[in-house]
Design a protein around this ligand. Sequence first.
Ligand SMILES: [Zn+2]
Length: 454
Amino acid sequence: MRVNRLISPLLFLMLLAVSAQAVYAEQASVQGTRVWTDPEKTRLVFETSSAITHRIFPLDEPDRLVIDLDDARMQSNLPKVDLGDPVLVGLRGGVRGSSHLRIVLDLKQAVRAKSFTLSPNERYGHRLIIDLTPKNGSSVRRVALPSFPNSAVRKSGARRADGPTIVVAIDAGHGGEDPGAIGAAGTLEKDVTLAIARELAKLVEREPGLEALLIRDGDYYVGLQERIAIARERRADLFVSIHADAFTNATARGSSVYTLSFSGASSEAAKWLASRENSADLIGGVDLATNDDLLATVLMDMTQNATIEHSTEAAAMVLANLGRLGVVHRGDVQRAGFAVLKAPDVPSVLVEVAFISNPEEEKRLRDRGHQRELAEAIMAGVSGYFRKYPPHGMLVDASSQGGAGAREYVIGPGDTLSGIAKRHSVSISALRARNGLNDDMIRVGQVLAIPEDS
Ligand SMILES: [Zn+2]
């Protein structure tokens, strides 16, 4: 009995110590905070040692947003915010109660805040994401348009007046939370891809009749489906995604060009690479709860087949021109299930310009001159492709090939002979006669000569 009485308090103390340690171990620590600004929103990322519960509420006069994190402590400094951020002035942190954390965001204006958490992956631990959009902002997607110091190119009026502009969507791989592959000297794929994308955009803008659409024009992440959505919204005629490979073998080198494959990859390496690139959403941070699957509705159909055919043509031309510049990793166009190439109606290619994992190529990828050369090679492929396959519905001025003022029209999906005749103020019979047609049957991609007004 005596012994028992003595042991119990001791046992109690020991249990207390163990449970205190358990509480301490459960407390999450904020190990890093990052801020990314894109044209639509400001994104805050809190990386924590374990899953975390949080609450968010706004305060006004002045506008603030409070983020309460339960059972958490700060283990890193809060970042400085860029002066140019549209909504954020700065972040302050403090302790709330005995073991909770409160972070206050000082704001330039009232915001709409959305938060979600992400599970750990190979690059990051648990993350809490908070997206801020201006409350009074329009809900219309603000696309990053290239802005060049020398915008004379854009204003020169060199666009063809007789037809629609060809839009080339240029997709700089990765960005923001997702650095992409990292070279031995610390070069980030996301920086290299953006630099080459901007060079390519400049070249596209210089070409009469062509317009560049930069899917991202800054250091922020855009979800893979979002990238497709932006290109489709702006009715892009071609989608060029730019990447810089990494491979376990540091001697792997050279450029490769990929198109989408539904039926399996052209090689094990292509399959491996596609699954790596497709995991970008996990690292970049996409809220899966609101990520509707574009492809669920648009499965393999005729459009997709035609798109893949066109993609292959474009890819082959880009690859041929990259081959002229330097070494290619594989001599033919590769295929794999890249998520970012899945636009059902926009021909899409993915260019792995070089291996960032190869120290020699990593060094060249940092070089402005080499970035420009790569962009020039891709551009040569792009223009070659459009010369051979003018976009559907495009009027081609054929006057340079004889017949003064002759015009040609490329048939697109949904076109009818009567519709084309009406649009160009000519009679159906004149259209038939000029093109030697016996009936009203036309096919997509067919080129019709448009007769003079009758
Ligand atoms: Zn990549």
